[in-house]
Design a binder for this molecule. Structure first.
Ligand SMILES: Cc1cc2nc3c(=O)[nH]c(=O)nc-3n(C[C@H](O)[C@H](O)[C@H](O)COP(=O)(O)OP(=O)(O)OC[C@H]3O[C@@H](n4cnc5c(N)ncnc54)[C@H](O)[C@@H]3O)c2cc1C
Length: 615
């Protein structure tokens, strides 16, 4: 227990942690006119990318687009500081196209630090939060390491990988939050003592090596798109750099060295207790799990433009340094690799997220919110969207407004938060398109059309931009209606070299009228509309059957989602619930029948019983 020296200023909202969750939480809170304190261990590490120098990617790109429409900063920041942009999965269906950018991680962090320091309602304190102050079941503030108390009406914790952080490099263990940064000790003990469940997870990162030690001539350069798209809907004048990354690969020699090192791996000798991400395995994990593969791809990525420090994507490891080094030097182009930092694994405390409401407020302590890695997620984008939603909902609660809860059919953000709250995670959770059941509705290209009205309700995005999104949506609908009622005229028909004339929607569905014809349609039929609206009308018609089916499923589910369960509901009084169903319902305490139906262990017959009792 700390001796409280004196009381400090009172804030509306205190955000602890200046990572990707903390930055968005503080900005959202301040932009909703709340007096905000951002307490973080180091001002210069605000918005630091702990691992890969990139933003977006599969499903993560969707999250960034949604955040951008709602008024978050990540999309704008990467548009200004990215050094290579690419739309992934272009050869597949539209639902899984995802934007990704290679970041200049120094410029990215500086951009965010400048935005924060120029927001006058944010007070940045370089300090460590040691305890949370409670009053009954309400939060009152935090106690800092220097002994001062900081009072606030709401507290948002976004401590990332820092809570009791422990780095592993072979037999070496270092107490740290990230390489070269001290851990946060004590805060998770304070929350455990207050009744929160705390568990351990693990993640890892690859070595960073010097540019001069890489022989790029033995690798294949990988460029971004020559005609790139920005992340943000409000970015103008977008002419980013196109700095290449380089592709190489491991081979049997590499694998032999790694295999021989396994007894010294903290992952395999039992030193690491926390579970790591299955989808993002270390190189030693890959050679064990995929033992029949003779080669794995490695991407060499600069950490900033002109960087001397390069990231070896695909070679995450916690093996001893001598093994990492020996194995990496068998890879074509890396024979002379010089290490700046070794790869390492880190174990840290997190709070299983069934302890949260969908607003990200904790169920048991009013005004206390958790966001980011401490909820068991992994990734900058997953952290950023949670931070934003926690910031918005904490601010709304202070104004006695209902929280903003995005549904699974409205946004990937809704899928992510709903998964966190209704499913137990025992490994770091990252977003995938396969986790969204309404993928065709939730495309990265239509985030503005899906969310403009929610952005307006939140009130962070400017009215001017909300109006632009709405107009684009209305235009899409107008074009769609036009396509359903008009046939392609003869003259346009021959310009497009189509086989035979028909109604536009029929031509689109039969894939006679294709994406590459859109510029001609734009010029002849809709010169005053944005190409984006035309493109969206085209997709909506192309996938109409599937989209309609998904919308029908959404409607069916809505009936369950609308059925509220009182927080005081007594499951023990319903004898006809299955034992497992009752235990899970008591543990997760779902707010709606829809949420209850997604909890593993709650059967369809439990849901029927619940519905009868609620009626
Ligand atoms: C080694 C490593 C490997 C990773 N690998 C991957 C990967 O492969 N893929 C992937 O998607 N993601 C990876 N990540 C995760 C990614 O970095 C995080 O998901 C993301 O940064 C989480 O954002 P956050 O805001 O929750 O926390 P962080 O970015 O970790 O930020 C936490 C912030 O809280 C501050 N802080 C902590 N405790 C206190 C305190 N008590 N008082 C004040 N300030 C405090 C810190 O200074 C920091 O600013 C990795 C992270 C690490 C460290």
């Amino acid at each position: 227990m700390f001796h409280v020296k004196r009381t400090f200023e009172e804030y509306d909202i205190i955000v602890v942690g200046g990572g990707h969750a903390g930055v968005e939480a503080a900005l959202a809170s301040a932009r909703l006119h709340k007096k905000t304190a951002l307490v973080t261990l180091s001002k210069t590490s605000i918005a630091r990318m702990s691992c890969n120098p990139s933003i977006g990617g599969l499903a993560k790109g969707h999250l960034v687009r949604e955040l951008d429409v709602l008024g978050g900063e990540m999309g704008r920041a990467i548009d200004k500081t990215g050094i290579q942009f690419k739309l992934l999965n272009r050869s597949k269906g539209r639902a899984v196209w995802s934007p990704r950018a290679q970041a200049d991680k120094r410029k990215y962090a500086t951009y965010m630090q400048n935005i924060l320091s120029s927001t006058h309602t944010i007070h940045i304190l370089e300090e460590e939060a040691k305890e949370v102050i409670f009053s009954g079941n309400c939060v009152q503030g935090i106690i800092l390491k220097n002994g001062e108390a900081l009072y606030g009406k709401a507290v948002i914790l976004t401590n990332g990988t820092f809570l009791q952080g422990l780095i592993h490099i072979g037999p070496i263990q270092i107490a740290a939050g990230r390489y070269g940064e001290l851990p946060s000790l004590g805060l998770s003990d304070c929350l455990r003592a207050a009744g929160f469940v705390v568990k351990r997870l693990k993640t890892g990162t690859p070595p960073r090596i010097t540019r001069r030690s890489i022989d790029f001539s033995r690798m294949i350069p990988q460029f971004g798109d020559s005609n790139p798209e920005p992340f943000s809907y409000v970015t103008t004048h977008f002419e980013p750099k196109n700095v290449p990354c380089y592709l190489t690969h491991t081979h049997e020699n590499t694998h032999d060295i790694l295999r021989r090192g396994l007894p010294r791996s903290p992952l395999y000798n039992g030193s690491i207790k926390g579970k790591g991400p299955r989808y993002c395995p270390s190189i030693e994990d890959k050679i064990v799990r995929f033992h029949d593969k003779s080669s794995h791809q490695l991407f060499l990525e600069p950490e900033w433009e002109g960087a001397d420090q390069w990231y070896v994507n695909g070679f995450s490891s916690s093996l001893p340094i001598d093994i990492q080094c020996k194995a990496l030097r068998t890879v074509p182009g890396l024979e002379g690799a010089e290490f700046i930092k070794p790869g390492y694994a880190i174990e840290y405390d997190y709070f299983p997220s069934y302890q949260l409401r969908h607003s990200l407020e904790t169920k048991d302590v009013k005004g206390l919110y958790f966001a980011g890695q401490i909820n068991g997620t992994s990734g900058y984008e997953e952290a950023a969207v949670q931070g934003f939603m926690a910031g918005v909902n904490a601010a709304r609660a202070l104004d006695n407004q209902e929280p903003i809860i995005l549904s699974r059919s409205e946004a990937y953000i809704g899928v992510l938060i709903d998964d966190l709250i209704t499913k137990e995670t025992d490994e770091p959770y990252r977003m995938f398109t396969s986790l969204a059941e309404y993928r065709l509705i939730l495309r990265a290209d239509n985030a503005d059309h899906r969310l403009w009205n929610i952005a307006q309700t939140i009130g962070i995005q400017s009215l001017e931009h909300c109006n632009t999104f709405k107009k684009s949506f209305d235009d899409r609908e107008m074009i769609r209606t036009y396509f359903k009622h008009h046939s392609c005229p003869k003259e346009l028909f021959s310009t497009l070299s189509l086989g035979h004339s028909d109604r536009y929607d029929h031509l689109i569905k039969k894939q006679i009228l294709r994406q590459e014809h859109l510029p001609v349609l734009h010029e002849h039929l809709f010169p005053d509309f944005q190409t984006h609206s035309l493109d969206q009308a085209f997709i909506e018609i192309l996938y109409e059957g599937y989209i309609q089916r998904q919308r029908q499923m959404v409607e069916k589910m809505r009936l369950l989602e609308d059925q509220q369960i009182p927080s005081t509901f007594c499951y023990d009084s319903i004898k006809s619930l299955s034992n497992e169903g009752r235990e899970k319902l008591k543990k997760y305490r779902p707010e709606t029948v829809g949420q209850a139906s997604r909890i593993r262990g709650v059967s369809p017959s439990d849901i029927q019983v619940l519905l009868i009792y609620l009626r």
